[in-house]
Write a protein of this length. Structure first.
Ligand code: HEC
Ligand code: HEC
Length: 506
């Protein structure tokens, strides 16, 4: 294809993809709404659908008139039709609000726009719009200006923290009294309205209705920013992305590199930076007795290294609250009851010959699992590493972690836990402990607990499905490359499972 044809083709696609406001028919919209949207948003549009108590954040109450992602000015509650259309078409990342473009025709979505507006009685377009001025493109200079403005007088730091991870320093609430969290700005793929600086600019300008995220275009604000300043801040926020910690659905294998000499013995050892991170979704545990739907931890990043004696795993995840039972400040920030934070690694006792995984609850009678469970400790109790052998939820044996050579060390800094767990490759009880072998695909799964999130403990936690751990032989090993490609094919199926688990209504 010549470049010109390609360009014309792309332009056509672009035009087709751009929402051109078409008048919607509210009556037709109601028919679709009653079929597709009431489960979450409620028949009256008040957010009181059947799924309401299972969702965090809660489904929007349209009667409140609060629209988070809008381009009309901060003074005007009414969003543009395009704004609503976009959220219906694309969905809202980081929430259960799905995108509908695969299911509904474009006109259906415009009809829905017309209908949902009626709940708040919006019958006129907004009178004023966000003033975008002239876009300032990103550059080192602009990012640096943005950083200063972000930190000045704690402007954004107050809620989002210096690192942008939003580690809690105070409790924030939404209009309906629900607990809300400042967005983790290092994970821009969770932004409801995209990480394009233009979108970030709009959010800073309008604030986020129904939450404590304020408008910085409001002349009455002591922390007001000019149009130019808002572009610098938007460029800075976009630069905070830690893309290495984004889930790559094709990557289902934790690859451990072999080291000559000692393994790192702290979570902050610089050698970890050189190892390959793999990030997985954490989904609520829905199989065990106490079902739980409102997780706060969303992903976990895993690295592994080994030498000829032992294996070391580094587990890293963002948790806005360090949960210390007995500590006054931690208890104030927690949603009671407070419990310890924690993380666990689950491995089969015997590495299956074929690429077969144990039952993903907690093993079963035929295929028992090892569970390494680290807990963060309390005000007057140190952190601990625990070893369990399990054949399903009912048959759990507590074992001596020290005797099996398990060791853990953790660090918490600015909203991130890093937990290092080490174990010798082999132990003296091969019938009870997994024996690590080079070049084999070893099933592995992870779990995490946020003790400040209504006391997650026991079976109330988030987890991954089964993935693989591979101790990469030091010298190249061709059959592995082929096997890794097969893994890629599995990934599609896993993603489907994760989506379903994240969106119980879908
Ligand atoms: C599985 C639950 C679920 C279903 C089904 C669902 N929504 Fe939502 N929706 C949500 C949640 C949760 C939010 C709030 C997200 C937030 O506050 O960040 C939301 C928010 C919205 C918003 C607000 C956008 C904004 O800028 O604030 C609109 C509009 C919306 N939904 C429309 C719809 C329509 C139309 C349907 C049916 C076609 C629908 N939703 C179906 C869960 C759902
Ligand atoms: C008083 C607390 C507070 C301050 C100050 C604050 N924010 Fe926020 N911010 C929030 C909250 C809360 C949310 C999440 C709202 C929600 O629940 O959707 C948020 C969300 C965001 C988002 C996510 C947008 C999206 O599409 O999801 C961005 C970007 C953001 N803030 C940037 C900033 C910047 C930049 C500043 C400083 C100029 C700032 N915030 C100041 C509380 C604050």
């Amino acid at each position: 294809m010549s470049r010109l044809v390609l360009l014309a083709f792309c332009t056509a696609l672009f035009i087709a993809g751009t929402a051109a406001a078409k008048p919607g028919d509210a009556d037709k919209g109601k028919e679709i709404y009653d079929k597709r949207c009431t489960w979450c948003h409620g028949a009256e549009g008040d957010g009181a659908g059947a799924a309401k108590d299972m969702l965090n954040p809660p489904p929007r109450d349209f009667t409140s008139g609060n629209y988070k992602i809008k381009t009309s000015s901060f003074e005007d509650m009414t969003p543009n039709d395009d704004d609503i259309f976009r959220m219906i078409r694309d969905g809202m990342p980081g929430t259960s609000m799905p995108g509908w473009s695969d299911v509904l025709k474009e006109q259906d979505m415009w009809n829905l726009v017309a209908y949902v507006k009626t709940f708040a009685g919006f019958d006129k377009p907004p009178a004023t719009q966000v003033d975008f001025g002239t876009r300032i493109s990103s550059s080192a200079e602009s990012i640096e200006k943005g950083r200063k403005l972000y930190e000045d007088g704690d402007r954004c730091v107050e809620c989002h923290g210096k690192s942008g991870k939003g580690s809690a320093s105070k409790r924030l609430k939404g209009d309906a009294g629900e607990r809300t969290w400042p967005r983790n700005l290092t994970k821009p793929w969770t932004f409801r309205g995209s990480d394009d600086p233009k979108d970030i600019f709009a959010r800073i300008s309008t604030g986020i209705a129904g939450t404590e995220m304020p408008s910085f275009a409001d002349p009455k604000s002591k922390k007001k920013l000019t149009v130019e300043e808002r572009w610098h801040v938007a460029n800075y926020v976009a630069s905070l992305a830690k893309t290495g910690r984004k889930v790559d659905a094709d990557n289902t294998v934790v690859k451990a590199d072999k080291l000559q000499g000692d393994l790192p013995n702290t979570p902050d050892d610089a050698r970890w930076e050189k190892s390959t991170p793999t990030t997985f979704y954490l989904v609520p545990q829905l199989i065990g007795e106490e079902r739980y739907f409102k997780p706060s931890n969303d992903t976990i990043t895993v690295r592994a290294l080994y030498n000829d004696k032992a294996i070391a795993m580094l587990l890293e995840w963002d948790d806005r609250t360090r949960s210390i039972p007995g500590d006054e400040t931690a208890e104030k920030l927690a949603d009671a009851p407070i419990a310890e934070d924690g993380v666990a690694v689950q491995l089969p006792v015997t590495i299956p010959k074929e690429m077969q995984k144990p039952y993903f609850g907690m093993g079963d009678a035929a295929r028992p699992v090892n569970i390494w469970h680290w807990k963060s400790g309390a005000k007057d109790a140190a952190e601990s590493i625990n070893l369990l052998n399990s054949r399903g939820f009912k048959e759990i044996e507590k074992r001596d972690a020290v005797a099996a050579g398990l060791n853990a060390k953790a660090s918490y800094s600015d909203g991130t836990w890093k937990v290092l767990i080490t174990r010798p490759l082999t132990t003296s009880s091969p019938e009870k402990d997994v024996q690590f072998t080079e070049g084999k695909f070893i099933p592995v799964a992870f779990a995490a607990w946020d003790g400040s999130n209504n006391g997650e403990k026991g079976s109330k936690h988030t987890m991954t499905t089964w993935y693989w751990l591979l101790l990469k032989p030091a010298s190249g090993y061709k059959p592995l490359v082929a096997a890794l490609m097969v893994m890629g094919l599995f990934a599609g199926g896993l993603l489907w499972w994760v989506r379903r688990a994240r969106n119980p209504a879908g």
